[in-house]
Design a protein around this ligand. Structure first.
Ligand code: FAD
Length: 463
């Protein structure tokens, strides 16, 4: 590919699958005389077995991790991959509407992104990841490989509602307890207004044609077709049909906030188990970044000024602070976010009981509230927060199974998998993380309280 006249600038998307309110896109658009193009790298083999160690660990660590790996857990379920593809399709439409294109590649980003940049002659790549352990490794690898071609990686650190740069403390000093974090940021943090979609100079026709052709070839893979079909299948017992595209996320906001005013009652309904509207259900969009947390915060502010400000509107903001907390938490604790003894360094109770673990995954433990949650998860890729807390507590505290196996299964199945919120909540529930109260859930008592009529148990575990 000739590099003359001006080469394009690349935007490497990760969990920021949108053009609006995207600092990487804005950064790439400014002064990119050769236009900007997007790139997404899909995993080469989403069905590869889950391993409890980063890919770059030493051979000894990798061998130990393979021995302790959770049985039968693929890296990503077909439904989760299909959900990602829906988000990617929507992103491609956005790039096209802006006069450019999206490359969809498969493999290791450390190989794919620098190779594409070299082929196009790009001198700059912009990205905005959630910088957890693997992402930091990828950033370092990509930056090194780009430098060999005289190109640079620009990392825009803005995947939270409150930008890392606006925190009134250094991430290394992140409070150990959420309420202390909340108090500090409510006093001293600011939520910036979302960024508009920038004007993107059109990429050259030859680059757009190449992107279109490569992406079509990638997306035609048989396992991805299977994943698409899985994501499009709606389980008859489910009250909610999920779609990963940004358009569907914005429609959800329109419905839940503005048409049905559900946010007004959110504080009272958020522990619900059955139905589509007891909580916002925005997590699948927030986790892939098809909708940004700042965009949701802006909707809350607008709702408060145009309709009402009450406990419901505050509580949604409060939950978004939990999301921020766990995003900063995973950066603060790096590898320890994924170790059995957790950030507290406690001896975990977990044992590698394969049989009990498989029963938990399949929803056949014999404990109806747990089985209901686990069957819903398997069938839909999503479960309510109250169910998550109970199934997690049961695995780690009642059955005494290694909590990381549970976290791995959630990672594999959840269409809203988000590294900090998942591993952070798991540590919290397992008693090795940041819960000052170190609670163990009485699952039967919880079922009586939150599923008084047994509707949830009947729906998912009732035969
Ligand atoms: P709402 O109640 O409407 O809340 C709005 C948003 O706030 C959510 O979309 C989410 O972004 C954020 N939020 C709410 N609760 C939490 C929380 N406890 N921690 C962090 N953020 C929160 N959430 C994920 O997004 N991805 C995960 O992988 C994930 N794994 C979890 C694992 C366990 C063991 C537990 C107990 C919780 C986990 N959560 C995770 C948090 C929470 O259960 C979900 O965010 C929530 O159920 C999503 O539904 P919603 O969008 O309707 O949430």
């Amino acid at each position: 590919m000739p590099t003359d006249p001006e080469p394009p600038t690349l935007v490497w998307h990760r969990t920021d699958l949108r053009l609006a309110d995207n600092a990487a896109v804005t950064g790439a658009a400014v002064g990119a005389r050769g236009g900007a193009v997007g790139v997404v790298v899909l995993p080469a083999d989403p069905a590869a077995p889950f391993v409890l160690a980063p890919a770059h660990s030493s051979p000894a660590v990798a061998r130990a991790a393979a021995r302790g790996a959770p049985p039968g857990v693929p890296r990503s379920s077909p439904r989760r991959v299909g959900h990602l593809l829906q988000a990617v399709d929507g992103l491609r439409d956005q790039w096209r509407a802006a006069g450019s294109e999206l490359f969809v590649l498969r493999g290791d980003p450390v190989d794919c992104v620098p190779a594409l940049a070299a082929e196009l002659g790009a001198r700059a790549v912009h990205t905005a990841p959630c910088p957890a352990f693997d992402e930091l490794r990828e950033n370092a690898g990509v930056a090194r490989a780009l430098a060999a071609h005289g190109a640079v990686l620009n990392v825009h650190d803005e995947d939270t509602m409150i930008a890392a740069a606006d925190l009134p403390f250094d991430i290394a000093e992140l409070p150990e307890v959420f309420s202390n974090f909340r108090r500090i940021v409510e006093r001293g943090g600011r939520v910036r207004a979302p960024l508009a979609v920038p004007t993107i100079r059109e990429a050259r026709a030859v680059v757009r044609a190449l992107a279109s052709e490569r992406s079509a070839a990638t997306l035609a893979a048989p396992d991805l077709a299977e994943a698409r079909a899985a994501a499009a299948t709606h389980h008859p017992r489910s009250s909610f049909a999920s779609d990963g595209s940004r358009a569907a996320g914005l429609a959800r906001i329109e419905q839940w906030f503005w048409k049905d005013d559900r946010i007004t009652h959110y504080k009272e309904t958020r522990d619900g188990l059955v139905g589509a509207d007891f909580s916002s259900r925005l997590s699948p969009w927030l986790s892939l970044g098809t909708v940004s947390p700042r965009e949701v915060a802006a909707q809350i502010r607008r709702y408060e000024s145009e309709r009402t400000a009450n406990d419901g509107t505050y509580w949604l903001f409060f939950e978004l602070l939990w999301r921020d907390y766990f995003h900063f938490w995973v950066r603060r604790w790096k590898g320890r976010a994924f170790t059995a003894s957790g950030v507290l360094g406690r001896t975990p109770c977990g044992a590698p009981d394969r049989e009990a673990f498989v029963a938990w995954c399949e929803g056949t433990t014999g404990e109806p509230f747990v089985d209901a949650g686990m069957r819903e998860l398997r069938a839909t890729g999503w479960i309510p927060n109250r169910a998550r807390q109970n199934v997690a507590s049961w695995l780690a505290r009642t059955a005494g199974i290694d909590w990381r196996w549970g976290a791995a299964w959630f990672e594999s199945q959840l269409i809203d998998f988000d590294v900090g919120p998942n591993w952070g909540n798991w540590q919290y529930v397992a008693g090795v993380g940041n819960d000052p109260r170190n609670r163990v859930f009485d699952v039967r008592g919880q079922a009586e309280r939150y599923d008084r009529e047994g509707t949830y148990r009947a729906r998912w575990a009732g035969g």
